[in-house]
Design a protein around this ligand. Structure first.
Ligand code: NDP
Length: 477
């Protein structure tokens, strides 16, 4: 499957005619080729977005909401295709691609369509004047997305960005181009005006030319913390509006009064969904001393019962890791865990389904006995490896949870909701779930603190980020 750039409503080859292979994570086979775009392609895409801006930003919000709805309908008609391509490209189980990726990609467009349709201007009355707050488009947006939730995250940015009247250039991860390509086909099929949505494929060269381009007014980036800091540097000379959704090292705090069965199930899901390759994954499990042994036994049983294998099988719960390089990085952390004095309770080695021996496979791995300050316990591994720790008392749980450079999310497991809310309030992150995980209402803010990023997206926070407020003050007679 060869994908092309999408610029000014046309699918075109890169100026350089340089390409790279797209590899299947589960088999290692070449499944397609991707343009290696450079600054010329980025320049063409940005010019198309600049040219489309006056007409698109001049539409009424209701008209733009109508376009989002059309895109949602068209995406929905391709639901199975989205799920298939996402599993092919990422190695994730098809059941997950259906229930999370495909479903959310459609609902992102529907949700923002509805939100924009119902958006009222804020009005503040003074004794002698009326203030109106108008939300104006920012201009041209650069939307950069990672490989773990490709269309889910791209649609999360494209929908509010164009809904608020901006035009955009997208740059998906070079490892997962297929559903971004499908979105461009959808945009083309519904007849969106040329230049409103453009896309360049490629590696960091394309990404950095895009974020540094002088006609780009806004950058929305989801990816790793180190890349995020490069993006911030390249956006800063022109004071571009910037949102960074970066890494995480999230704690799942298990109190002795939790519902054991539901907690084991929830903590297992939080640890290993998408092979642990979700920024929100609960990769540090903190368990209250009095139930530690019982919890660990049940948790390890639960992890060992997960079905690993061909992503296209309906019963598969764990698929392959994204790439050989990433697998090596994750395995490096397992070696480090042993050096740091950890004990591998389960996993720790490649697990190779016979028919898929060239893929990037790793058994879900649980490490105990590490110091909560150790590198494995505080650095983002972004794979199916979790560390498990004992604690005594709320204060110590919070101290361990906060002891990392990241501050994205966390979860608390207790039958005492007051305690859950109290502890959640002390965790220094952008999101905390109590007795659940990744339970998302699209109206609420999403984002992190510390090295997990800056800014929030989601609901009206997305509309705020993708717009500039203009205060018009009308003096009364
Ligand atoms: P990367 O940071 O490597 O890449 C993210 C995107 O940025 C890719 O499209 C990448 O292109 C591009 N890119 C690379 N270099 C530059 C540059 N200098 N300027 C602009 N863009 C560039 O992240 P991964 O794709 O490896 O994704 C994994 C990371 O994403 C994890 O750390 C994870 O925690 C984080 N993440 C955060 C989320 C959140 O909401 N907080 C959600 C999901 C993931 P290329 O593919 O060529 O490298």
């Amino acid at each position: 499957m060869k994908v092309l750039n999408y610029i000014h409503g046309e699918f075109i080859e890169p100026e350089s005619d340089h390409w790279m292979d797209n590899l299947s994570p589960s088999t290692g086979d070449v499944i397609g080729s991707i343009p290696l775009s450079d600054e010329r392609d980025v320049g063409n895409a940005v010019s198309a977005a600049v040219a489309a801006l006056p007409q698109w930003s001049g539409l009424e919000p209701l008209e733009r909401a109508g376009w989002l709805e059309k895109i949602a309908d068209c995406l929905e008609s391709k639901f199975e295709e989205i799920a298939y391509l996402e599993s092919l490209d990422t190695g994730k189980p098809i059941s997950l691609s259906r229930s999370v990726d495909a479903k959310r990609s459609v609902s992102n467009f529907r949700f923002f369509s509805e939100l924009i349709r119902n958006l009222d201007e804020e009005v503040f009355e003074m004794e002698d004047a009326t203030n109106i707050v108008k939300l104006k488009p920012v201009g041209v947006g650069a939307l950069i997305t990672p490989w773990n939730l490709p269309l889910y995250l791209l649609s999360w940015k494209v929908a509010p960005a164009i809904g608020m009247g901006n035009t955009v250039v997208c740059k998906p991860s070079e490892m997962t181009p297929l559903t971004a390509d499908l979105l461009m086909k959808v945009v083309d099929e519904v007849g969106l005006p040329p230049g409103v949505v453009n896309l360049v494929h490629g590696d960091g060269v394309a990404g950095s030319s895009l974020t540094g381009h002088s006609d780009v007014d806004l950058v929305s980036f989801t990816g790793g913390t180190e890349t995020g800091s490069k993006v911030a540097l390249s956006a800063s000379p022109k004071f571009k509006k910037l949102s960074l959704e970066l890494g995480g090292k999230n704690a799942s705090i298990v109190f002795s009064d939790c519902d054991m069965e539901k907690t084991v199930e929830g903590v297992t899901r939080a640890a290993f969904l998408n092979q642990g390759q979700v920024c929100l994954c609960g990769s540090r499990i903190l368990v209250e001393d009095s139930i530690y042994d019982e919890f660990v036994e049940l948790f390890v049983d639960s992890v060992e019962s997960m079905v690993i294998g061909d992503p296209m099988n309906d019963s598969t719960q764990l698929g392959a890791l994204i790439s050989k390089e990433h697998l090596k990085k994750v395995e490096g952390y397992i070696s480090l865990a042993i050096e740091e004095g950890g004990e591998i309770l389960t996993g720790g080695a490649p697990c190779i389904p016979k028919e898929l021996s060239e893929g990037n496979w790793l058994a879900p791995t649980v490490v105990a006995g590490l110091d909560p300050d150790s590198r494995c316990s505080t650095e983002e591994i972004f794979g199916p490896v979790v560390t498990i720790h004992r604690f005594e008392g709320e204060a110590r749980a919070v101290e361990i949870a906060n002891n990392t450079r990241y501050g994205l999310a966390g979860s608390v497991w207790t039958s005492d909701l007051e305690k859950g809310e109290r502890v959640a309030g002390m965790i220094h992150t952008g999101m905390v779930w109590v007795n659940t995980w990744l339970h998302r209402d699209l109206r609420v803010p999403f984002g992190g603190v510390k090295d997990s990023g800056i800014g929030r997206e989601g609901g009206r926070w997305s509309l705020g980020f993708f717009s500039e407020p203009l205060n018009v003050c009308l003096k009364h007679e």
